[in-house]
Every structure is written in C-alpha cells, then in structure tokens.
Design a protein around this ligand. Structure first.
Ligand SMILES: [Zn+2]
Length: 88
C-alpha cells in the first residue's frame, strides 16, 4: 500500500522551486521509513505464525522466557520479551 509512494522523486513542473523539491524528498523519506517498518512488522508476523505452528509462540526467541501477556496483547507479532527486544 505504500509501495507507490517510494518511486524516484519526480519534479513537479507546475511547482518549481526549492521548497516543493524539499517537500517531495521529505515525503519520499517518510514513505520509505514507513515501508521499512511495515516490512519488519510483516517479518515478525510471519515468524509468529510459524511459532504458532510449532507451539513455541509466546516464548522469547532470544532467551526462551515466556513473553508477558500484556506485551503479546499489545504486539502479538513480538518475537522477543521486553528485555531482549525492546519495542521491536
Ligand atoms: Zn528474552
């Protein structure tokens, strides 16, 4: 859904000038950051689905501790406990 926003910046011929160019670059960089976050989250979700299948879901992939329910509730795709993964 954000793919379309990450194309090379096109210069808008009807809005020539530094400000509109800087604006375009900022919008592009925001779209890229968003896309990168979505990519990471998708990878986490896919990992969570795999762990559901092999029954290791809910355990931290780093230290094997149980991930507290509150953390899973807020971030069901979280692969790690708060100690290992921060907010990732
Ligand atoms: Zn951990």
């Amino acid at each position: 859904m954000t793919e379309a926003n990450v194309e090379p910046v096109k210069l808008d011929q009807t809005a020539v000038g530094r400000l509109s160019r800087i604006d375009s670059l900022q919008n592009q960089s925001m779209a890229q950051n968003l896309q990168e976050r979505e990519r990471i989250k998708l990878a986490h979700i896919e990992g969570a689905l795999r762990r559901l299948e092999d029954a290791s879901y809910g355990l931290c992939v780093t230290c094997d501790a149980e991930i507290p329910f509150g953390r899973l509730y807020a971030m069901p795709e979280s692969p790690t406990c708060a100690g290992c993964g921060g907010t990732a």
